[in-house]
Design a protein. Sequence first.
Length: 296
Amino acid sequence: MSVGAPPWMFSLHGGHSSEFCDHAQSSLREMLEAAVQAGYHTFGVTEHAPRVEARLLYPNEIRLGWDVPKIVADFERYAQTLPALAEEFADRLIVLRGFEIEVVPASSYVQLMQEYRHRYEFEYIVGSVHYVDEISIDGSVEDFQRAMASQGGLEALVIRYYQSLAQMVKALRPEVVAHLDLIKLHGHRFGSLDTPAIRRAAEEALEAICETGGIIEVNTAGYRKGLGEPYPASWLVQMAHRMGIGFCFGDDSHCVEQVGFGINKAREHLLVNGVRSVTLLTREDGKAVRRVVPLE
């Protein structure tokens, strides 16, 4: 365990690795070593759940010649590989075993994600929305524009995004809700993302998180993506904080250089918005438990 690490020095979303993810660049072992070097005391590893229909494969997966049986087999291999590595690193790092869900296929993802969780005995799940009505909103700008067109404009798309997030949270009850306003990755180019109607939809999503006990991740990938802030934006942090929702950190790392990136800035983001503590998931007596720890 990192000696003298601040209690807030942890990440509950990331550790994506090249053995199991087409857009990751470092091995899982390298990611865990990087987490130790970054000074983390706890590192949640949360590989992407596979998308089980060929029409949902990433363009890069298609270029690599990957297919659905391969990514499903890779996910199973991930679930089987992680426990032994977690045990190997146990004297230096608490490694939590999780995965990041997908909301596709729309008609069956809930059952599918629940099945993954129970079959592989993951300790927690990270709830993410990368698709709105099965169109990617964080891939290409062209896909984002297609998503806007399908909903009738930016505001309607953003509202539908938050509605989809609320539905996912109610159905799966994820311990961690990731990159709450991921819709801004491309959306900020096309107009306002906090109109009164959008704020109402976001508030309803936050109410779902509050009711199900979810923790909102402050995701540092926003800094890497040139947004000048993490996910979520200040107005969302303030709204969630007023509701009593807890926060955690996630570096959303896909290579060793991203492990630990931006955590100090994310801490400041919370502090300037009035948040004085974060919620840690850790392991005690073989079970994942929550602990509220100070930011100062």
